[in-house]
Design a protein around this ligand. Structure first.
Ligand SMILES: NC(=O)c1ccc[n+]([C@@H]2O[C@H](COP(=O)([O-])OP(=O)(O)OC[C@H]3O[C@@H](n4cnc5c(N)ncnc54)[C@H](O)[C@@H]3O)[C@@H](O)[C@H]2O)c1
Ligand SMILES: O=C(O)C[C@H](O)C(=O)O
Length: 393
């Protein structure tokens, strides 16, 4: 093996003498001036890799260094996990106050996301009761948001963001696609109210089947694609990170990974872009282990349904919905997987699919086009075809 080229030679000697980290620079890494400066200052030696090393992953400060190295890379999807101070919404409306909607309301109230949270549900008393229950927490939590609830869709009036979770959840033995007809009617009803009473709202569709219901919402509101987003990729990506963390024995915060494609059987987790402690998956996991993690993500929702028997996941989906709201209100930045109507991106047109995108106050800002492996690109195309077929497009 060729001797590694030492980038900061003084620092290497110094680091070795003091038993400190020697950090390996792999092909494709971008070593910014800041990274080099920081490395020299703290005594980390940057050397061209690969070095002869034990196979076990390092647990020293190399990870944070890798983030510095990657910071300027335009192709890198940065984790969107660090909430920061951001704009509060005036009004957040939740159409559907069941398992997911109720949890979204709870998280939104605790995170001080909006001045007002309106819950709407056709089940008599449910939305009003949940709103009252949430207001009753404020004496303990100090939550400032005022919650209101009722059965009338007019409560969406003036909302900046509307999250739609109304509709049926699947039961064991069903696919999400089995819900198309029953939930499309609910989406059309919600769309009518949103179009007339909250015409500037950013709509986040959660109701399943997600991609198809997002298409339905676009059609029924007539809104531009920027305004109608589907939530699934943030949930599936969180599941992917969890699976990879469990398999490799690290904490989920050390994993960066996302899924694209549909929120159905054609879901496309993207292993080529996933990182554990800043390193490619095969440093930590075998091909079989990676494959098992991919399967775990695709079946994740179904696993919860099978255990619950009378409904589907509610807590993780609520967090995943809040993640999108946080991007809209600038509490998180960077690309985030979200279902949107594609207009030629990734070579796909006229169908809703999960892709990484930047969001802002007006909803979709820009789709991030990543270079995917051929297999991943084929998976994305297959997802698009499956959705087209289900919708008869
Ligand atoms: N996109 C995702 O990743 C994801 C994740 C979890 C759940 N989901 C989907 O979200 C939906 C809701 O799941 P849930 O667990 O909250 O179900 P849930 O049954 O607990 O709640 C749904 C609520 O919608 C209400 N509703 C039905 N029709 C309505 C209408 N016309 N107007 C107002 N409210 C109406 C019901 O009364 C019920 O309270 C399901 O379709 C589920 O499959 C999607
Ligand atoms: O699996 C479901 O039906 C609900 C949801 O889409 C999920 O992934 O948890």
């Amino acid at each position: 093996m060729a001797a590694p080229r030492v980038i900061g030679s003084d620092a290497v000697e110094d680091a070795r003498r003091r038993g400190r980290i020697v950090f390996e620079v792999l092909p494709g890494d971008i070593v910014t001036a800041l990274a080099r400066e920081t490395a020299e200052r703290v005594g980390i030696a940057l050397v061209d890799g690969p070095l002869e090393r034990p196979q076990a992953p390092r647990t020293d400060g190399a990870v944070s260094m890798r983030r510095v190295l990657y910071r300027r890379s335009p192709k890198w999807v940065a984790p969107s996990r660090a909430p920061r101070k951001a704009r509060r919404l005036g009004k957040l409306a939740l159409v559907g106050a069941g398992g997911v909607g109720g949890n979204v309301a709870h998280l939104a109230a605790m995170a001080d996301i909006a001045d007002e949270i309106a819950l709407i549900d056709i089940t008599p008393g449910l939305a009003a009761a949940t709103a009252l229950d949430l207001n009753h927490t404020s004496g303990i939590t100090g939550a400032r948001a005022r919650c209101v609830g009722g059965e009338t869709m007019e409560l969406v009036a003036g909302a900046e963001v509307v999250v739609v979770t109304a509709g049926r959840a699947r039961r064991p033995g069903m696919t999400r696609a089995d819900l198309i007809d029953v939930n499309a009617r609910v989406i059309r009803q919600a769309a009518e109210a949103i179009r007339s009473d909250a015409p500037n709202a950013i709509v986040i569709v959660v109701t399943n089947p997600l991609d198809e219901m997002t298409v339905e919402m676009l059609r029924a509101t007539g809104f531009p694609r920027e305004q109608v987003l589907g939530m699934a990729g943030t949930l599936d990506s969180s599941r992917f990170r969890n699976a990879l963390a469990m398999a490799s024995g690290v904490t989920p915060a050390d994993v960066e990974a996302f899924t694209l494609g549909s929120h159905g059987d054609e879901m496309a987790p993207i292993p080529s872009r996933a990182r554990i402690k800043g390193r490619p998956l095969d440093v930590f996991l075998s091909a079989d282990q990676i494959e098992a993690c991919v399967k775990d993500v695709i079946t994740g929702g179904g696993q919860v349904v099978a255990l619950k028997k009378s409904g589907s996941a509610t807590i993780a989906p609520a967090h995943a919905s809040i993640e999108l709201i946080d991007h809209i209100r600038d509490a998180r930045t960077g690309p985030v997987p979200v279902s949107i109507m594609l207009q030629g991106e990734y070579g796909i047109d006229g169908v809703v699919l999960g892709v990484p995108a930047h969001l802002g106050a007006g909803g979709l800002v820009e789709v991030e086009e990543l270079r995917l492996t051929e297999t991943e690109q084929v998976a994305l195309q297959a997802a698009a075809e499956a959705i087209r077929e289900r919708l008869g497009l």
